[in-house]
Design a protein around this ligand. Sequence first.
Ligand SMILES: [Zn+2]
Length: 248
Amino acid sequence: MDHVEQLRSLIGEAKRIVAFTGAGISTESGIPDFRSPGGIWTKYKPIMFDDFMSSEEMRREAWRRKFATDEVMLKAEPNAGHRALARLVEQGRMSAIITQNVDGLHQRSGVPANKVIELHGNATYASCLDCGHRHELDAIRKTFLGAGKLPLCEKCDGIVKTATISFGQQMPEIQMARAQDETMACDLFIVLGSSLVVYPAAGFPQIAKRKGAKLAILNRDPTDQDADADLVIHAEIGSVMSRAVGVN
Ligand SMILES: [Zn+2]
């Protein structure tokens, strides 16, 4: 059996699958890996959450960066890897997709929002840090780039920020707890496009293994956890997943 057939058979035998996705699945949609050499975070010093909260100038800088770099994300479309996962969710075989990505491409590929657990939030909209009210980026872009005005919540006057988890910001407790529950309940855990270095997220494959689930890792490069996996594939995600699941 080649690797794709092995993956197909692991998927076929599983009753409850959880996917864990990282930047690698979205680079195939043209979204750069911000952490990679030459990525955005190596060009700009990250804005820490506390600085964003305490400094109007930092908030201005954060929104300037956001709108200067947003075009790539706006243009990106889901790829065959996203579509394969969407099919497994639709078939009721995949109970959740835990993702480190903030691009919303799993939802755009047709996965219901309640099946996507976003550990690092979502960069395609903004929210009020006080009341949680959702704000659309289009409106913020117009008033920020047009009148130079920082967004304030129309419900409570709170500070509005892209709905991502910033450096120095607490991990989202509800999502972390849900990710843990899903991981403990699955019998196949598939990692796609994550180098598994960022904790606590990278701890999930270990949890799955300890609970007796099978572990498959699909990533372009080797990861620290390859030795623990039942199947390791170093290849492009879209082509492997579309063959393993049978979608285009
Ligand atoms: Zn508010």
